[in-house]
Design a protein around this ligand. Sequence first.
Ligand code: 0A1
Ligand code: ZN
Length: 859
Amino acid sequence: MTAATIRQPKRLADYQPPSFLVSKTDLSFELDPTATRVSATLTFQRNGAGIMILDGQQLKLISLRLNGQMLTDKDYRLTEDSLEIVKPGNSGVLEIVTELNPDQNSALEGLYLAEGVYCTQCEAEGFRRITYYPDRPDVLAVFTTTIIADSSQLPFLLSNGNKVSETLLSDGRTAVKWHDPFPKPAYLFALVAGDFDCLTDAYVTASGRQVSLEFYVQKGALSRSHFAMAALKRAMHWDEQRFGLEYDLDRYMVVAVDFFNMGAMENKGLNVFNSKYVLADDSSATDQDYFNIESIIGHEYFHNWTGNRVTCRDWFQLSLKEGLTVFRDQEFSADMGSATLNRIEAVKLIRTAQFAEDASPMAHPIRPEQVLEMNNFYTVTVYDKGAEVIRMLQTILGKTGFNAGLKCYLDRHDGQAVTCDDFVQAMQDATGQDLTQFRRWYSQSGTPEVKVQEHYDATSARLTLKLHQHTPVTADQTIKQPLLMPMRIELLFSNAGSSMRQLLLLSNEEQEFQFDGIHEQPLIVWLEDFSAPVKLSTHYQPEQLLLIAGRATNGFARWDAMQQYWSLLISKAVTGGLLPQLPAELVSLFKQLLQQPLADIALTAELLALPDFDTLAEQYTEIPVDALLSCLAHLTQQLAEALAIELTACYQRFDSIAYHYNEQGVALRALKGRCLHYLAFTNEGEHWVNQHYRQADNMTDQLTALKAAQYAELATSNSLLEDFAKRYQHNVQVMDKYFSLVATTPNDAVFTHLDRLTQHSLFSWKNPNRVRAVFGAFSQRNAKQFHRADGRGYQLLAQIVTKLDPINPQLAARLLTPLLSWQRYDQQRQHLLAGLLKALAAQASLSNDVFEKVSKSLP
Ligand code: 0A1
Ligand code: ZN
């Protein structure tokens, strides 16, 4: 096969229904590390005109029978990625035997063997590495799976659905048979075989059905799986309460594996998780880890309805299940903890990674139109902007309307593979709201920019708000249309406590909104809760932003005002070529916050934070890397000096309480951590950091101390890190944190350190968690060294991508992302980056994953 035939992108516009459907898929696996045999029996029916062509990759075809008759060469055509059956008839039974090599499968797609565990990953197009099959989400079949293996080596043989039988064969092997009664596309198939510890529990659904819950984890890790189990039960209960949705099988299994490309996978009845998102205890997990586990456990569970019972017609519709399910997991997390903090974190992600993607050569709408490698489209745009689009629907329709729409969607399409349009139609039919214009959010890429102007006329007591929207062209699309966007605002009046909240629906390019009977000029809080994923430009004076930060009703809006305040101060300094000076009114506001933290301590901790580098960067067309880094370091130093007394007092005011992952504990650790971050920059820095590290009874506080020491470049930093590595050398999840910390060393030494890490006994190029811990952290969280003006950081990443591409193309392509935005930097950096991208593009035998991204990024 030539490169030209492989590199053929697929288009949404070319969608054709399948020529054949499969109603029944019976699989039998004879597991073997290097020669696993898969027998597939497919009961098929013709569905429309066209040939029968099955997908298949990296398979050895052993035999092929049609309706019991052995087929020979002339009855089929085999290519590197397909099998065509010449005369299949209108219906029949096809028996296919293939052989695969799980041991050699380092791409972790299809069936792979790692650390003695057989595991599958079939989304998006991995099933075609197991057998020849119509590997597309609109072919739904009832699966029956038999796994044959030596059960003394592999005591647990798992697949989707319910266990039907377990038989001891005459040759000593065991055959376990599973049946999943719900028709599903191949991407939801899963098989796991291995030796595990198993945590079991039970859940009784709202209608009284008993469900057995089973967590399979590495030997010895049982005590670290209790939190995830409890989170699963909370998620099951929450979905019943909030959306009236119950679980539908007798068994829910979760398997944790260390070799996994993503976070987790929602295979029907048999979720596979990256162990990082299951295993946790108080001595090894941070507050953030606990948060992630709860939210991902929720995410995969919620997919059972939004994704599995109702699935996608084709992969262009990925956001149908992912945007919706992220929205659902965000709502769940908000109900389990602080809604404000959750919103802040979600918005930070949109404003950094998603805005960056929109401005990059990989820009695409939440429903992409053209794809070369589907794995490249599991993006922040499809997932997180997708969730923002669903959130806007809820804002426009109200919670009751939205719930009715979701119910209509699930009732109408249960058991089907559908489109984003079907989803919006259900929302429209259930509520009567015309959503024609809203649908543009699905087809239009880019970040809309909204400008606001206010005019107040005292004589007529009239306030006029004028809004203007514009979406700049993106790499993939030149024509942009106005979108329907909900804008939540609050009008603050001089009398403290007096305010008015409104929802404006902006639909035109330019639109005015008038309010009468307004007897004084209000201060307007725009875009409460980030009610639309846009860039907003306002004309605030710095003092007005501080007023909003102190007074807005919406917690998110208070934090946002502080962020805007810093952005304004920093952009003035950058433009003037100077370092910013701390304004007196800011210092007094911070003193007040430190002396009287708000009732909401978690929010106080956020209000005291400077924006991060990535958030600031997205506000510039050409990112002034060095100026932003200097401004941030300078402001941190200045805040530390100006507030040393108050920071110390605040830090000491809250006694450390014994570790518990709960809202109060998380908030207190965050506030103390924020104080420590600044205190590290005072003369007493070493003292505070050492003490914090030594007194810590939990992972959050230890990491806070290590990070503070590193950012302030304290002498103690290295010895603390060494101590940490020694203490946790036997816990690979914690060692990943150590790897990441070393990779964020803010000076030259990082390059020697990185080299040393790749020699570490725990490091493996085949394990995505290790590679991400080291090189993901370096390229995404070490701006100073990654963006070095001499290009050393960029060169290193390009080398790593080259090395990884043949091992795991999915991982290589994800790591590559920061190099793509070369046009956002100064001439010198542009030149360095473009050179590296060109060299990459010139390499022979690049994977489609890397090729698609690199080729899009070059002019
Ligand atoms: N559907 C999963 C994410 C996922 C996607 C692709 C994968 O392998 C290529 C693995 C997992 C989710 O949203 O959780
Ligand atoms: Zn998902």
